[in-house]
Design a protein around this ligand. Sequence first.
Ligand SMILES: [Zn+2]
Length: 406
Amino acid sequence: MRRALLVAVLVLSSVAAVAQLKPRPDAFPPQDAPVASKSVTMASDISQMAGWDRYPTYETYLAMMQRWVEDYPLLCQVDTIGYSVRGRLILCMHIEGGTGSGAAKPQFFYSSTIHGDEVTGYVMMLRLIDTLLSGYGSNARYTDLMDRVSIYINPLANPDGTYNRGNNTVQGAIRYNANYVDLNRNYPDPFGTGAKAVLQPENEAMIDYVERHDFRLSANLHGGSEVMNFPWDCFTSLQNPHPQADWWRAVCQRFVDTSRTVDATHFSDVNAQGYIAGGDWYVIHGGRQDYMNYYQNCLELTMEISADKTLACERLPEYWSLLQHSLVNYISEILSLPEDQTSIDPTTKDAPVVYVRDRQLVVPADCASKVQVFDLVGRQVRAGVLNPGVYLVHLGERGTRKVIVL
Ligand SMILES: [Zn+2]
């Protein structure tokens, strides 16, 4: 009964909320519109990136990553996360200062442009890499940050989408990968409803990469709006607030306030405060943000940083000045994470006990008839003898429970 009432309240409140909000661009993936005539000048070699007012060609991007490793061999290395459908590289710059306490440093992760046409973050990430590396030893703040935090930056998560019309232009970039799949709907999520189709190679590689690390704080950068979108995306805050929602609001407030010291109107096209719980804006499933929070126990949020997805290139320096300090400050938030980060599994809330014996589920008798079992890519499996793996067990109205079969 309580649940039925709650659902009714949710429906009413979400209708009211949606009416006041600009539709989330992610909610209705647009078909590829003809490219508007805007200024998209490409840099076909590294020297043309000097003013940070162009987009790099794919080869220039690779050359930049290589050049940084040559120029700062003691501070950085490039990891290959994997390959796109068309065989382009998905790269990550790992930056770390040479000194420190000797103890393991917390690992921070930025990733941009999982939607290939949202390219502002791509250039912001490249410029952040350059700023950190060139500032080490001369800028006390950057030096301290790099000495205390292991920083990973993936500037381009969906290279096939960005270079849809070839390596020499971002004109005609698309949201999707080369299989025309929205990669930010393709991750496993707490309901098992993401990744309905086959897990895409870009995401498979990313999951493998984050599995091999211990990222504690991360962000993925998008465009199309200007708002900080904190978890969850697959629940409204009434259904299931993120356990660290208060911490997220404080972090978002700092990010937005810092940007607004440059331009008081930035981050205000969705709401006045400049941040929102994702599900209150629009519920989505299969996003990377929820995957990172739920499966990796990594605090990740979605930064929608520019209303224009493919920003006119002469405006890139302006957006850098808007975002530079916020982006650096956000990395340092990893040094003061909330303490009780250990249990952020939302599905255990009020869920009955489910366990595995002889590789078979044991569930309470009163919900045995409602049991549905899904694997991590959302495929329903028979609840008989289970192969080793992680499964989500849906128990009707009594919630969902994650189980591991060894
Ligand atoms: Zn996006």
